[in-house]
Design a protein around this ligand. Structure first.
Ligand code: ZN
Length: 274
């Protein structure tokens, strides 16, 4: 028995990778995910961790992630294989006292390093941890096809994207009342895309990477995965509508904003400002 793989939270991480694969969001080695472990979850796995690994620089200083443990997908690893061989495709890392370096303490048994997007994940964990008083723990990035397709069709700004997606399913503005951020095309894995995403994630829980994919976060796997699933479903509907000649009627601004009160959400009316 492997103690780490027996943990409920690790099983949930593995299952979420698999569900994402089944959705078709993670071709080849596409996509990456990270989870900031709760203190009791980290305590439960500590007997099975190794401190023999080397410290590697995060390339950012993130003091509020000091001594945190994360479950992370491996660089170049395929989501397709996570369920079958989790110990070779994901890992647990520990951040040092200063929030400047990390060490692999479990997993990637056949070698490897965490996702090349680790700086983006950790910077955005740092921002969301502060913004949500520690509630947010999951960040996932994937390549859902319809969402990516829209980045070739819509203007690449937050308001255009948000309104277009909100309109497609009545529940969209309830699920993400703050809207969606959009960053222009950038080199993935770079510090620039980490910072640009970080600026958007201060306001939004979902950020579209133009001509690439989407980045979603939340307090738990279901919420983050559900957010990506909802956006991608709405994007699929929009693509179908566009493919059939475009909208002939739709939900109005007033109708969208009328959802705030009964559903106790604060739908951002500024999205409709010119
Ligand atoms: Zn990607």
């Amino acid at each position: 028995m492997n103690g780490v793989l027996d943990q409920k939270i690790v099983k949930y991480f593995i299952d979420t990778c698999h569900q994402s694969w089944l959705k078709g969001w993670n071709e080849r080695n596409g996509g990456n995910m990270s989870y900031r472990m709760k203190p009791e979850e980290a305590e439960a796995v500590k007997p099975f961790l190794s401190e023999d690994g080397v410290w590697r620089p995060i390339t950012l200083t993130l003091p509020n992630l000091s001594n945190e443990y994360f479950i992370v997908t491996g660089s170049g690893k395929y989501y397709k294989n996570v369920l079958r061989e989790p110990e070779n495709n994901i890992c647990i890392i520990r951040v040092d006292e200063k929030g400047e370096n990390y060490k692999i303490v479990w997993g990637l048994a056949e070698g490897g390093v965490p996702t090349s997007e680790l700086p983006t994940h950790l910077l955005n964990h740092s921002i969301k941890k502060e913004k949500t008083d520690g509630a947010y723990r999951v960040i996932m990035h994937a390549h859902p096809a319809n969402t990516v397709a829209l980045t070739f069709l819509l203007s690449l700004d937050d308001k255009t994207f948000t309104k277009a997606i909100w309109e497609m399913i009545t529940e969209c503005p309830i699920v993400f009342p703050a809207g969606i951020g959009v960053v222009p095309w950038m080199v993935c894995g770079s510090a620039d895309i980490a910072v640009a995403t970080g600026e958007k994630i201060k306001k939004y829980d979902a950020v579209v990477w133009s001509h690439h994919g989407i980045f979603c976060c939340g307090p738990d796997f279901d919420t983050a995965f559900g957010l990506m699933d909802t956006i991608e479903k709405a994007a699929e509907i929009l693509i179908k509508v566009m493919s059939c000649g475009g909208k002939r009627q739709s939900i109005s601004k007033e109708q969208i904003l009328a959802l705030s009160e009964p559903y106790h959400v604060d739908i951002d009316a500024a999205m409709f400002d010119d």
